[in-house]
Structure formats: structure tokens, C-alpha cells
Design a protein around this ligand. Structure first.
Ligand SMILES: NC(=O)C1=CN([C@@H]2O[C@H](COP(=O)(O)OP(=O)(O)OC[C@H]3O[C@@H](n4cnc5c(N)ncnc54)[C@H](O)[C@@H]3O)[C@@H](O)[C@H]2O)C=CC1
Ligand SMILES: O=C(O)C(=O)Cc1ccc(O)cc1
Length: 368
């Protein structure tokens, strides 16, 4: 049997491992610095075999996925470059930044032509193998950033494998272009979300009403501020150039709205929100990326067994076709959040109506 090695069995590595196990014939071997993650992954059936030694994890592997924080990726690439890898083996990664990693691999003689950068544009603010799921990447974009000298058949081989395993939409991009685009739609928004949360936390330190009144809008807007600090530290340091340019534009944008408010310039303020509303409404439809697909809603459910089945059953009874159902997060107040995805807008509308009628709290990003 052919073998895949997944290095770093956390949210993304664990989800990829599940995809490979469920939808390919590859034997999936995991490697992680944390013994606990490997034990959990093995017990939960995420991997066939776990390894604490890199050598045994990658020995004879046909494909190797690096799924560690981007700051640890170069060191791991260095180690891989010294190991006797199987002839024809492809190495790829899932890091949120591409320029630095791809250039680093390019500088390692033994990896030239066999490393292809990758980035699945789906994930969550959660981390660890406990949060892994095989539906995570479905319909999301998955970017590959091969260098011009990478042999095309290798790119096609990896692309076909990923398409089958993850059910994502594979696209090819230049690494620097990727970093600028993803910087704008993911890295900058994470900084903004974290800064809003920090600002309010400072106010709240002397007046608890700030947190008590923080409701829907603030929570939705800042969900990603709960993401893994080490992962995000590494991302900003790795995509430094794009992030700095984006922060300058952001500061200019904030200065513009500050001035409009200071001057009482009603027209400028309205124009600011008008442009945002039009752009938000014109975002491409129906694709899961860092932004949610259009035909999707989330439902708050009690954190009790059988709740997913109850929601699915309720919709089934009404003849509503559900494409995908997944658990998004568990909140501190013990409510869980289910994410429901539909193929058609009418199905989403019918589902929202029926769930609300039954007493569920439903959030439809296009209406609420
Ligand atoms: N979290 C997300 O939503 C997304 C993350 N990514 C990228 O995926 C990568 C992994 O992120 P997550 O899975 O979210 O992180 P995670 O924290 O859930 O998992 C990382 C795993 O790597 C292990 N690890 C860390 N350093 C290691 C090393 N040097 N050697 C061996 N194992 C090591 C950790 O023990 C952990 O199990 C990052 O590069 C991130 O930029 C890409 C798309 C989405
Ligand atoms: O939680 C979310 O909405 C995310 O933004 C997930 C995410 C995090 C990092 C990535 O590189 C891609 C996707």
C-alpha cells in the first residue's frame, strides 16, 4: 500500500489525514512533536500509525504533508532535505504564507522540484487534532504555488490527490501574489479582530459592562481573535512585507473615517458605509473560503448528544436537502454551533424558517 506522511497532526494536519484515510487508499502516518496529539489521533482513527521520529514517519512515503506552524516549517524542510526519501516522493505544506516557505525549499538542493507549496483556504479559530474533521475543506479553495521549474506531472498528481481527498477546488497561484491576497482577506482581518478585542478588554478592565453588553455583532466580527497565538505570530512574521503594506493602507482608511467623524462630514461617513455594503453584497457566491458560502447558516444548539441528528431529521422531514453539516465551535456557555450548508438559496430559506419556527436560534449571514 502507498504511504502518506502528515507532519503535525493538529487541526489542519488531522483534517487532511482524515480526508486521506476516508477517500484514498493511502496508509496515513502521522508525526508530531506532541506525544499526546499522536495518541489522540491514533485513538480517534485519524491516522493509521503515529511516529515521534521523523525518519520513520517519512520512510518510504509517496507524499509528505507539512502541517506545522509556518515558523517551524523551514526547520522541518531542512531535516527532510537530509533524509533518504523515496524516489518520486512529493512534499507539500499547508502553511498560511507561501513566499518565504517556497523560496526556502527552493534553496535546498535535495528538495528542488519535489516541493510544492500549498494552502487550503479553510480552517477555524480552533486548533489541535480534537477539532479535525474530514469535511473541513469541502468546496473551499485550495491554493498550490509551484515554482516554474516544478515538473507539471508532479503538480497534476498532487492536485488530483488533493481534489479527491479534500473535495476542495484546487487553484494555482504565484507565491507572492498569494501572500498579498491572503494578507488582505485573512491576515489583516485577524489583526483587526484581535485589536478590537484587546481594545475592549482594556476598557472592560475598569468597567465590566463592555463585555456584558458584547453581543452578536461584536462576537461574530471577532470570532477569529480566539485563534492560536503562536500560529498567528508566525504568519505575521513570515508575511511581513505584505502585512506592513496592508497595515499602512488600513491606517489610512481609519484616518479617513476618523477625519470624516471629526468634521461631522455626513456625506463622507455615508459613502464609507455605502461602499462597504455594496462590496460586501457583491462578494462571489456559493464558495467556502475564509468567507462563508452564501447558502449557509449557523444554528445554536444545546451541547447534548443527538442534537445534530435532531436538526438533520427535522430538515429531512420537510424535504430540505442538506449538503453538509458540521460542528463549528463549542462556546463557554456550553451552547454548540452547527454549520448547515445548502446547494440552493430556497433550501436555505426554508431551513431557516423551519428551524426558527421550532425555536432554534439561527444566524443567516445574509439576513442577520
Ligand atoms: N488553523 C487554520 O484555520 C489554518 C491553518 N493553516 C496552517 O496550517 C498549519 C497548522 O495549523 P493548525 O493545524 O491550525 O495548528 P495546530 O496547532 O492545530 O496543529 C499544529 C500541530 O503541529 C505540531 N507541531 C508544532 N511544531 C512542530 C514541530 N516542529 N514538529 C512536529 N510537530 C509540530 C503541534 O504539536 C500540533 O499538533 C499552520 O502552518 C497554519 O498556518 C492553514 C489553513 C487554515
Ligand atoms: O476561522 C476562520 O474563519 C479562518 O480564517 C480560518 C483560516 C485561518 C488561517 C488560514 O490560513 C486560512 C483559514
Amino acid at each position: 500500500m502507498k504511504k502518506a506522511a502528515v507532519l503535525g497532526i493538529g487541526l489542519i494536519g488531522g483534517s487532511l489525514a482524515l480526508c486521506l484515510k476516508e477517500r484514498t487508499r493511502l496508509e496515513v502516518h502521522g508525526f508530531d512533536a506532541s506525544k499526546e496529539s499522536l495518541t489522540l489521533a491514533k485513538a480517534a482513527g485519524v491516522i493509521h500509525e503515529g511516529h515521534m521520529r521523523l525518519e520513520s514517519a517519512v520512510e518510504d512515503a509517496d507524499v509528505i504533508f507539512l502541517a506545522v506552524p509556518v515558523g517551524s516549517t523551514p526547520r522541518l524542510l531542512n531535516r527532510l532535505a537530509t533524509l533518504p526519501l523515496k524516489r518520486g516522493c512529493i512534499i507539500t505544506d499547508v502553511g498560511s504564507t507561501k513566499g518565504e516557505i517556497v523560496r526556502y525549499a527552493e534553496g535546498l538542493d535535495n528538495l528542488r522540484g519535489i516541493f510544492i507549496g500549498g494552502h487550503p483556504m479553510a480552517g477555524s479559530h480552533r486548533s489541535g487534532v480534537q477539532a479535525a474533521q474530514s469535511l473541513l475543506f469541502e468546496n473551499a479553495y485550495y491554493v498550490l504555488t509551484p515554482l516554474p521549474e516544478t515538473p507539471l506531472p508532479e503538480v497534476q498528481r498532487l492536485s488530483r490527490l488533493l481534489e479527491r481527498a479534500t473535495r476542495a477546488r484546487l487553484v494555482i497561484m504565484n507565491p507572492e501574489h498569494h501572500d498579498r491576497v491572503v494578507g488582505a482577506i485573512s491576515h489583516l482581518p485577524h489583526i483587526v479582530a484581535a485589536s478590537l478585542v484587546n481594545q475592549v478588554a482594556d476598557y472592560n478592565a475598569s468597567n465590566e459592562w463592555f463585555h456584558r453588553l458584547a453581543a452578536g455583532g461584536f462576537r461574530d466580527l471577532t470570532r477569529v481573535a480566539a485563534s492560536h497565538p503562536v500560529m498567528w505570530r508566525d504568519i505575521l512574521l513570515s508575511n511581513r512585507e505584505s502585512v506592513l503594506a496592508l497595515l499602512e493602507d488600513w491606517t489610512r482608511e481609519m484616518e479617513g473615517i476618523r477625519r470624516a467623524v471629526k468634521d461631522g462630514d455626513a456625506q463622507a461617513i455615508e459613502a464609507f458605509f455605502h461602499k462597504a455594503k455594496e462590496s460586501r453584497e457583491a462578494l462571489p457566491e456559493g464558495r467556502k473560503g475564509v468567507l462563508p458560502p452564501v447558502y449557509e447558516c449557523t444554528v445554536d444548539v444545546p451541547d447534548t448528544p443527538g442534537e445534530i441528528a435532531r436538526v438533520a431529521h427535522l430538515l429531512g422531514e420537510k424535504g430540505i436537502n442538506l449538503r453538509n453539516i458540521g460542528v463549528m465551535e463549542n462556546r463557554e456557555d456550553r451552547a454548540g454551533v452547527l454549520r448547515l450548508v445548502f446547494d440552493k438559496e430556497e433550501e436555505l430559506k426554508k431551513a431557516v424558517f423551519c428551524l426558527k419556527e421550532t425555536g432554534y436560534r439561527v444566524f443567516d449571514p445574509d439576513v442577520d
